[in-house]
Write a protein that binds this ligand. Structure first.
Ligand SMILES: [Fe+2]
Ligand SMILES: [Fe+2]
Length: 507
């Protein structure tokens, strides 16, 4: 939290001696006091300088203290304005209080009363400012709650933090630039700003690298004057470093345009809270990413251990996972669903651990008994993983990837939409890979044959919608056949197979 600067008080009275008396009587306190006898100067002063409290005479020749009151509040919404007059009427008192004045002093007043009113006014202001800071925190907590409720990704979370920054700091825009501490390069930036020229300023890498080696999260504020719609304003670029375990992980930048060169008190505190929250989210995200990586490595090792028993199916799991992910992305699945799909596909044949080597590696045709033995692998897989919470989302992949759309599959003989979508999707990827791959008793078939099989078995073995999605994936050229099967394939084959299919369908 930053230390508050001393309060600035402006005294406006066309009687020089009154200004002098007020300044003298308040000078024992550590205030920064400015006194002006010209009301026009006073109006200019409040429009261009920060003020906390204004003491103004009500009648100053052709000028009225009400103008000073209004201009002050226009430019400093939380400033305290106290009016002074020698000719009070109840109406004027009510009128100025209604316009936002804090209090009314009747001349001549005792200096003790003046001091007490100023002290009380500033205390009132502190409560207002603390409230502003609290309001910012409450608003942000609402945002954070919404994030946890919707399980939004890190970009979504940072966008919400930035929207709060924009609201709480009355900013033109804000941005986060994230640093990868290992490579020392920018790994991500997120910007919430509708003004292009402001956006460019907010995502400038130099704002991040100025904090290299920084040990504290003290913000840096760069100020310059700009002309907006003919009037001169200050453009303040606040950069607050984001430190995680004392090392620089990013910066949060906020651009504010204001008539004064200071940020109202309390707002930098709100920025600290928001930056702290962005830092926690970034640290959690990184931790989650690292955990997920080692978790996926463990699953891959498990899947590979099963494949190692049968050289002819080497790579099947990885290829099926890749193909299934392409289909799911084409269907618009969200990241959470994709992650479950990756794990589920990786584990889909884990039940083969219970199938003897003699059956798994058999080159000749399986006997009925051997086939029955092989067909229990989905249920064996289910028994292996069902008590592990982390693997629960994998159950439909493991259990339903051999179900058929027409109800003739196994283990349960489910039909159509009874089969979980995960199983219907994986069945297409699994079978496609089995057709394309080499087997002990045959070489892998080409794309033409595999495509024809998919089309011919739409509605019998496969969900037609999933086959159509997969054909679109194949058409899009996203499948790297050289990488998956060590040979090139021409996706034009899919196009002509589709054309034939369409021609065969009566209009
Ligand atoms: Fe299987
Ligand atoms: Fe499989």
């Amino acid at each position: 939290m930053h230390r508050e600067p001393c309060k600035r008080i402006l005294v406006v009275d066309d009687e020089k001696y009154i200004c002098r008396i007020i300044v003298e009587s308040l000078s024992q306190q550590s205030y920064d006091i400015v006194s002006l006898t010209d009301p026009r100067e006073a109006l200019q002063y409040v429009a261009n300088n920060p003020v906390d409290l204004v003491l103004t005479d009500l009648v100053m020749g052709e000028y009225s203290g009400v103008e000073v009151l209004e201009t002050t509040l226009e430019n400093h919404s939380d400033a305290v304005v106290i009016l002074m007059t020698a000719h009070p009427t109840v109406q004027t008192a009510i009128s100025v209080l209604k316009r936002g004045a804090y209090d009314f002093l009747v001349k001549p007043f005792k200096l003790e009363l003046l001091k007490a009113t100023v002290t009380r006014g500033l205390a009132h202001q502190k409560v207002l400012r603390d409230n502003l800071s609290l309001k910012g925190q409450v608003e942000f907590l609402k945002v954070a709650n919404a994030f946890f409720a919707t399980g939004m990704d890190i970009d979504g979370y940072l966008e919400m933090v930035l929207r709060s920054c924009n609201t709480e700091l009355a900013a033109v825009g804000s941005a986060v630039i994230e640093l990868d501490p290992h490579s020392n390069e920018v790994s991500r930036w997120v910007c919430e700003c509708g003004d292009d020229s402001a956006s460019d300023k907010l995502i400038d890498d130099r704002l991040l690298f100025q904090f290299e080696g920084a040990r504290s999260a003290t913000p840096v504020i760069a100020s310059e004057t700009v002309t907006i719609d003919g009037s001169q304003m200050y453009e303040l670029l606040i950069s607050k470093p984001i430190l995680i375990r004392k090392s620089l992980n990013g910066v949060i930048n906020v651009l504010v345009r204001s008539r004064t060169d200071q940020i109202p008190h309390g707002r930098l505190d709100v920025l600290s809270i928001l930056a702290g929250s962005a830092a926690s989210a970034m640290a959690n995200h990184e931790l989650h990413r690292a955990q997920k990586k080692s978790y996926m490595q463990a699953i891959r090792a498990l899947a590979n251990a099963i494949e190692a028993r049968d050289t002819y199916t080497a790579g099947h799991t990885d290829r099926v996972t890749r193909l299934a992910e392409l289909i799911a992305r084409h269907l618009g699945w969200n990241e959470n669903q994709i992650q479950n799909l990756q794990v589920g596909s990786m584990l889909h044949d884990i039940g083969k651990i219970g199938v003897p080597d003699s059956i798994l590696n058999k080159v000749s045709r399986l006997t009925d008994e051997e086939r029955a033995n092989m067909m229990v692998h989905p249920e064996v897989g289910l028994r292996i993983i069902r008590d592990i919470d982390l693997f629960k989302p994998s159950i439909p992949y493991i259990l339903a990837h051999h179900e058929r759309y027409d109800g003739n599959g196994y283990p349960r003989g489910l039909k159509g939409e009874q089969i979980p979508i995960e199983g219907r999707l994986l069945a297409v990827a699994d079978t496609f890979d089995a057709i394309m791959s080499d087997r002990p008793y045959r070489d892998g078939a080409g794309l033409e044959f595999a495509t024809r099989e998919l089309i011919q078995n739409k509605g019998t073995q496969f969900d037609p919608g999933i086959v159509d999605a997969f054909l679109q994936v194949l058409l899009s050229g996203q499948v790297d056949f050289m990488q998956l099967y060590g040979r090139d394939e021409d996706s034009a084959i899919v196009e002509s197979a589709l054309a034939k299919e369409n021609a065969a369908v009566p209009a």
